[in-house]
Design a protein around this ligand. Structure first.
Ligand SMILES: *Cc1c(COP(=O)(O)O)cnc(C)c1O
Length: 357
């Protein structure tokens, strides 16, 4: 196979072991003579995978007993409406820190009053607002912990006077999280915990059943809790790979260990961005994401952008073109992105600088 350094924003690089286990299970699952995508999702063998997956989530994140972990369909985007549908009776508060946060906010408006407590839209979301007031009568406060497109991140578990809801699509399992500070955490799997097709929801059970509207079964968390995420057919293959991804993470030492590695990788690349005269970072330093590292050509060197992209491509870099709303470059360095790939990108930037002196 070709050597590439995969910096895709999602779907993205996954642990090699997890992908390999998927290949094996596609051929023959547990010596059953059948593929993992051919067995019944009601079989004992499949039930064991579901249980293992749930157990790994609980173990890695130290999820308290009064919470459930759900594996659903529809992506994080469906949660943008499912959250308010299940939790918003009168008023909800949202922190507008990027495109995804804004989309979540927009969906909530269909279900009640929505207060946008603060926004960094005017500076193209290059920082996370910190001074704002959360209305004490809000049903919940919604945040996006990592802004995948802009490369900013909320690095701590915030204190909220009302129920805290977080979209953690792109930084879940990248650091230890105090789950007890949140009422609900959700995200698409395809950034840090698996392939697309499965959505995780961590939910404190007592927050449900408080809205007066009718909830369609498929959009009612209680139905999925009761059905243990198998009210309908779950995305079996995605869940299988997710389980193997979490197993890899556990073997690596869990969230404290991966946080250390993630810091090292991010430090390596940010140091180069700050040192290299041809590049500059776009996010406010204190809010810099450890997962999505955004940078552009430095002032006066803008015309070199396409050339650097080509150069990096010729060195095996994949997926470093920035999102169209920021431009420049974005290196997504999720859990499974090896340090060697980050080093390769750094080397590439150094060489490019040398060639232009
Ligand atoms: C990718 C992403 C989403 C969208 O996820 P889908 O599973 O494609 O719906 C939402 N929020 C954040 C923070 C993301 O990074």
């Amino acid at each position: 196979m070709k050597t590439t350094h995969n910096f895709n924003a999602g779907p993205c690089v996954l642990p090699k072991e997890a992908v390999q286990a998927g290949i094996e299970a596609l051929k023959d699952f547990n010596n059953s003579g059948m593929s993992v995508i051919e067995i019944s999702h009601r079989s004992k063998d499949w039930e064991a995978v579901m249980n293992e997956c749930r157990a790994l989530w609980k173990e890695l994140l130290h999820i308290p007993d009064n919470y459930e972990v759900l594996f659903l369909g529809g992506g994080a985007s469906l949660q943008f409406c499912m959250v308010p549908m299940n939790l918003l009776e009168k008023k909800a508060a949202y922190l507008d820190t990027g495109v995804w946060a804004k989309k979540a906010l927009k969906e909530a408006k269909a279900f009640g009053e929505v207060v946008n407590v603060a926004s960094s839209a005017e500076s193209n979301y290059n920082f996370v607002p910190k001074k704002y007031t959360i209305p004490a009568d809000a049903d919940y406060f919604h945040i996006t912990t990592n802004n995948t497109i802009y490369g900013t991140e909320i690095h701590t578990d915030l204190d909220s006077p009302v129920l805290l809801v977080a979209d953690m699509s792109s930084d879940i399992m990248s650091r230890p999280v105090d789950v007890s500070k949140y009422g609900l955490i959700y995200g698409g799997a395809q950034k840090n915990v698996g392939p697309a097709g499965v959505t995780f929801v961590i939910i404190r059970k007592d927050i449900l059943g408080k809205v007066s509207r009718h909830l369609p079964s498929m959009l009612d968390y209680r139905i999925h809790i009761e059905g243990e995420s198998m009210y309908n057919t779950p995305p079996v293959f995605s869940i299988f790979i997710m389980t193997r991804t979490l197993k890899w993470l556990k073997n690596l030492g869990g969230l404290k260990a991966i946080q250390k590695i993630n810091r090292e990788k991010a430090d390596l690349l940010y140091s180069e961005i700050d040192r290299n005269s041809l590049f500059r970072g776009t996010a406010a330093k204190e809010d810099r994401s450890l997962m999505n590292i955004c940078f552009v050509m430095a002032e006066g060197h803008e015309s070199l952008e396409a050339e650097f992209l080509d150069f990096a491509k010729s060195r095996g870099m994949v997926g470093i073109k920035g999102h169209r709303s920021v431009g420049g470059f974005r290196a997504s360095v999720y859990n499974a992105c090896p340090k060697e790939s980050v080093q390769a990108l750094v080397d590439c930037m150094r060489e490019f600088e040398k060639n232009h002196k």
